[in-house]
Design a protein around this ligand. Structure first.
Ligand code: 3PG
Length: 213
């Protein structure tokens, strides 16, 4: 898959809802219920981070839930890309970008939303063909003001800011012309998942979906 195709697919996925939930799952047995609640609340694009032993099974489970588009986050290397693809991930997300990671996603036909934090990184990815990128870690890098400033000289790149984004500050990003959607873990709090409080998750998703974009 070319970087241009990856960017086109990333833009489509980022266009599904204003927020992509960033999910850290300890137990794949809860994955389907979690996905169902988030999708019911209006958030169909889901990022499962490859940070827990349960992540790949969680992706497998979530891929069975109708109406969702499940991706793998925290992709770091070729093995992650292969495992994500094999588990049924439809897209990938990474905190940063390396040549090897980009090549692996291109070789294995996994559309990647690559992470970037600076103008130089955004330019390097754009040079390679990636016009849709994740701005990470968004708040620590200067938040919406920084993303707005990057957009002045580099309007060709659109972003999904992630990291420190909340219901409160999400509108600051979503009002920018270079922001397609935001990513965030606040819609799936650890305690709600542990308590299997799917009503709470659905309510959080509904609030997030109502942000508009
Ligand atoms: C992460 O690294 O876990 C994501 O960027 C999500 O960040 P958040 O927990 O601040 O939403």
């Amino acid at each position: 898959m070319t970087p241009m195709d990856a960017s086109r697919i990333s833009a489509e996925i980022c266009g599904l809802a204003p927020v992509i939930p960033v999910l850290v799952l300890e137990d794949a047995a809860t994955a389907q219920s979690l996905a169902t609640a988030l999708i019911a609340g209006g958030l169909p694009a889901l990022e499962v981070t490859l940070r827990t032993p349960a992540a790949l099974d969680a992706i497998r489970e979530m891929a069975l839930v109708e109406g969702g588009v499940v991706g793998a986050g925290t992709l770091m290397n070729t093995d992650d890309v292969k495992a994500a693809k094999e588990a049924g991930a439809q897209f990938g997300v990474s905190p940063g970008a390396t040549d090897r990671l980009l090549a692996a996603c291109e070789d294995h036909d996994l559309p990647l939303l690559p992470g970037t934090a600076t103008a130089s990184e955004a330019m390097a990815l754009l040079e390679r063909g990636y016009s849709v990128q994740k701005f990470f870690p968004a708040e620590a890098n200067g938040g919406a003001a920084a993303l707005k400033a990057i957009g002045a000289p580099i309007p060709q790149v659109s972003f999904c800011p992630t990291g420190g984004v909340s219901l409160q500050n999400a509108p600051d990003y979503l009002s920018l012309p270079n922001t397609l959607c935001v990513g965030g873990s606040w819609v799936a709090p650890k305690d709600a998942i542990a308590a299997q409080d799917w009503a709470r998750v659905e309510t959080l998703a509904r609030e997030a979906a109502a942000l508009g974009h």
